[in-house]
Ligand binder design. Structure first.
Ligand SMILES: [Fe+2]
Ligand SMILES: [Fe+2]
Length: 219
């Protein structure tokens, strides 16, 4: 299949899945129902750290410069997001120095991503899929911040963090369009996308999601 058609199919399937989410379903799922700005910012610290570590670990294992660039630039952005979110938590009166985002261990999704061995799977699962989830999550978070009168946190996400997560997703998409050119590569990429969606904490309340992508064309 033409790689651009293949990737468009993945995007369509993800959008179909996301369209079934309630307006704060991701926030409720990831926080166990504890939907408050500081709680959600602390969870975001863990996500940023995990994303930075994964991208950083993949960079030297990637042979093409385009892939190295994808992961290295993302790694730097995610760590900068970490600092911006930590600064905002401090402004809100939280002791960020004493907070260890990895205290409760890494997420199941992180462990799955760590086990991926090919750049095509890593690009599909990481920048392409996780960042698509982040975009939907952040959209919900921005609306939630406004609903509780926290305009400053809303603007931090709207003006700085969200555009960069969208950029990561689009860079992942471009990478797949250029490199998912064989039936084998497309099959591996589709499986990585599907598994990432199935494991992500943010989507765990979405009933029947594991069946959502089974009709994906893979060749
Ligand atoms: Fe980020
Ligand atoms: Fe990102």
């Amino acid at each position: 299949m033409d790689p651009r058609d293949f990737v468009q199919g993945l995007v369509d399937e993800m959008e179909a899945l996301f369209s079934r989410l309630g307006e704060d379903a991701i926030l409720a799922a990831e926080s166990g129902g504890n939907v408050e700005v500081p709680t959600l910012l602390k969870l975001a610290l863990q996500s940023e750290l995990e994303a930075a570590e994964l991208a950083g670990s993949w960079m030297p294992q990637t042979h093409d410069v385009e892939g190295k660039m994808l992961f290295a630039l993302q790694c730097g952005d995610e760590m900068r997001h970490y600092r911006l979110i930590a600064d905002r938590l401090a402004e809100l009166g939280h002791d960020v120095e004493a907070f260890d985002p990895a205290a409760e261990g890494y997420s199941p999704l992180y462990h799955y991503l760590r086990g991926l061995r090919s750049t095509i799977e890593r690009a599909a699962a990481g920048p392409f899929t996780c960042e698509a989830i982040a975009r939907v999550r952040n959209r919900q978070f921005i609306a939630f911040c406004r609903s509780v009168g926290d305009e400053e946190t809303a603007l931090l996400y709207e003006d700085v963090i969200q555009p960069e997560e969208v950029h990561h997703h689009e860079e992942g998409r471009r990478y797949l369009e250029r490199h998912a050119t064989t039936p084998e590569a497309q099959e591996a990429a589709a499986a990585a996308v599907r598994t990432t969606l199935a494991i992500a904490d943010e989507l765990k309340d979405l009933a029947g999601k594991s069946t959502g992508l089974e009709t994906l064309p893979v060749s």
